[in-house]
Design a protein around this ligand. Sequence first.
Ligand code: NAD
Ligand code: MG
Length: 380
Amino acid sequence: MKNISILGSTGSIGTQTLDIVRNNLDLNVVAIAGNSNVELLRQQIEEFSPDIVCVYQEEKAEELRAYYKDYEVKIVSGMDGLIEAATWDSADIVLTAVVGMIGIQPTIAAIKARKTIALANKETLVCAGHIIMPLSREMGVKILPVDSEHSAIFQSLNGENPRQLEKILLTASGGPFRGWTREQMKNVKLADALNHPNWSMGKKITIDSATMVNKGLEVIEAKWLFNVPYDKIQIVVQPQSLIHSMVQFVDGGIMAQLGTPDMKLPIQYALFYPDRREMDSERVDFGKIAGITFEDPDFENFKGLALALRAAKEGGSLPTVFNAANEYAVAKFLKEEISFLDITEMIEYAMNNHEFIPNPTVEEILKIEQDTRKLLEERF
Ligand code: NAD
Ligand code: MG
């Protein structure tokens, strides 16, 4: 039996993880956490009987408490609650699927508690990879990627010598606006940006895919997970999302992982690694695939990609500024308060008006997030 704690159980990755639990009797949910969706958390409590539930918003936690007695389920809230769910004693593995850099502190706490991490929450590594990766090595804790590209890289590296890796070929679908100019993107509506051609995901990452900021975050995520310098990570646009990523070795050989665009495979692979389990999912039918095409990424029209690479290369506090500004801007775009192109304008403004810190601590990272928000609130 494997005991699992799911941070972000009400989201896209979280609910797909629970589908996997339904199909595997040796997975047992001991902790779940969400932001505010009390109704769904209630259903999850009824079905999976976790020991502890965190509802981040205290007033929503209060609502949930009205339904249960103390001995039935422990209900906690806020950051302390999230950390308690992440470090719950009986949990073997913590699936981090909250959205955003809110995941930093619970992830660090889970590593310190020696939990295996199945990591979907990329923003955490983007901001704090320099803290999390050395800590996981020190604690002897595995960080298993859930992001489809990183899972593909991880699977392609299976049994290989990482020192013989020449480069990572990180694939990208290009999103709904692939091939568009900035001029064409000027009047993009929220519904257009939410309409991803291949993947069904949470709203924030769907917008990140439309701006290509997601691919920028993934480059940084790959650097930390696989310990490779940025000049060895190449983005390859592959619009059909059939190849989930590739690795190239020193002899020129390339290994790739392919599949239908279904997050359940990478989630399940992380939960059972190094085992593979049967999965009743759609299979690739090569007879029906018209072709696989490749393109170089467009750094000029997708400014978010260029800004992410700048943040990546300069390092230090800049990836946090990049990420915090993006989180702030995307939230505004989702409320239809700013235009699509404003997202990258805000990121650029925040990056250009930041005092660089070479090696920020967790406290400094959280302060940078606050300062970035304040800066953008004042300016826009
Ligand atoms: P989502 O918006 O569907 O779900 C986010 C989850 O986080 C929800 O359960 C929400 O309640 C929870 N949450 C948000 N703030 C919280 C807080 N303060 N405290 C506790 N819980 C909180 O997002 P998603 O698409 O599932 O993505 C989750 C993470 O996985 C993101 O970092 C995303 O980049 C990454 N990811 C997602 C996919 C995908 O297919 N959805 C693929 C790769 C990576
Ligand atoms: Mg991805």
